[in-house]
Design a protein around this ligand. Structure first.
Ligand SMILES: Cc1ncc(C[n+]2csc(CCOP(=O)(O)OP(=O)(O)O)c2C)c(N)n1
Length: 333
């Protein structure tokens, strides 16, 4: 795992695990570089896990990666991987539960469980099933049936208010998921109850199951809809760490109303033949496609082999899969 930055905001009087170490200071160029490197390694491991399972959802996992890296590695979440049920932790709820390979990989890189577990994804007996479920360290809600996470998040946030705890609640939704009526019932309720500790993030990648969102159900003007429901809306580039961290800080500073971050993303981000392609919503790459994808992410054969060793792949498979790779340009003499 690359070393990463921690924390930029929500200065606490008492230091808390996983808290901001720079107390609101602008991250340095090196810290941003670390975030990008972390995201690149996470995209690699997402693809390895899904290819090994021969099923799963790469598109929405790759689109959400930078949002998740900002939360878990950019100092936005107050959390402690060694104590996943710490009562004062911020809650992250993955409402688009099919994109759990992204969450699992981030949790593994953050130290919630061993990275080697990723090679058990979708296998019998694994705690990393095809949709996230409570019981896996760091997973706050069993999800997969779309539309429920925001309602759940309101309950979690209101419980924090009743218990006089200062934690914040973040819910990641898909844009296709916003076709669900329950999302808008929840949106109305969160504004009514002025749940300003709640932040919704919409992964606005423009693609849902097998088609583009505008073909299935026109969502635009999406920002105006959230505003009309009483939310503060922050639109941002969902692949720019400075923009994402700024958006999260604005959400944290919002008082008296919930905040929605509409993160403009690319489905399948980082892999040319997956980008914007509904065909890779819920289909695993072949081992040949994996080899191409790892090359596009600029991993050398040796780097890919090391990652596969870290994930406990057998030597035969490491040799077979990396044997299909071409050395990327940057590693050529
Ligand atoms: C209630 C419900 N209806 C249908 C599905 C099947 N389904 C799984 S993923 C998906 C598309 C989701 O699109 P989006 O929310 O945009 O996710 P992303 O593109 O970010 O992966 C659908 C319809 C489901 N999981 N739950």
């Amino acid at each position: 795992m690359v070393s990463v930055t921690r924390g930029v905001s929500r200065a606490a009087k008492t230091p808390l695990p996983g808290k901001a170490s720079t107390n609101g200071a602008t991250p340095s160029a090196a810290q941003y570089r670390n975030l990008r490197e972390t995201a690149r390694a996470i995209r690699r491991d997402i693809l390895l896990a899904i290819t090994e399972a021969a099923s799963g959802h790469p598109g929405g996992s790759l689109s959400e990666t930078d949002v998740l890296v900002s939360l878990f590695f950019g100092g936005i979440l107050r959390h402690d991987p060694r104590n996943p049920t710490w009562p004062d932790r911020d809650r992250f709820i993955l409402s688009k539960g099919h994109a759990c390979p992204g969450l699992y990989t981030v949790l593994a890189h953050r130290g919630y469980f061993p990275r080697a577990d990723l090679s058990t994804f979708r296998k019998l007996g694994s705690h990393l099933q095809g949709h996230a479920k409570i019981g896996t360290p760091g997973v706050e809600m069993s999800s997969g049936s779309l539309g429920q996470g925001l309602s759940f998040g309101i309950g979690v946030a209101l419980a924090g208010r009743l218990d006089k705890r200062s934690y914040r609640t973040y819910v990641l939704l898909g844009d296709g998921e916003c076709d669900e009526g329950q999302v808008w019932e929840a949106a109305m309720a969160a504004a009514h109850y002025k749940v300003d500790t709640l932040t919704a993030i919409v992964d606005r990648n423009g693609v849902q199951n097998d088609r583009h969102t505008h073909e299935v159900m026109e969502l635009e003007p999406l920002a105006a809809k959230w505003r009309a429901f009483g939310w503060r809306v922050i639109e941002t580039d969902g692949h720019s760490f400075p923009a994402l961290l700024r958006a999260f800080h604005q959400a944290q500073e919002t008082k008296g109303q919930p905040a929605a971050i509409i993160a403009k993303t690319v489905k399948g981000k980082g892999v040319s033949f997956m980008e914007g392609n509904p065909g890779f919503h819920g289909r695993a790459p072949t081992k040949e496609q994996l080899a191409q994808a790892l090359g596009e992410l600029e991993f050398s054969k040796e780097e890919a082999a090391q990652a596969m060793r870290d994930l406990s792949f057998p030597d035969t498979k490491i040799a077979e899969w990396t044997g299909l790779m071409k050395e990327p340009e940057r590693t050529k003499a």
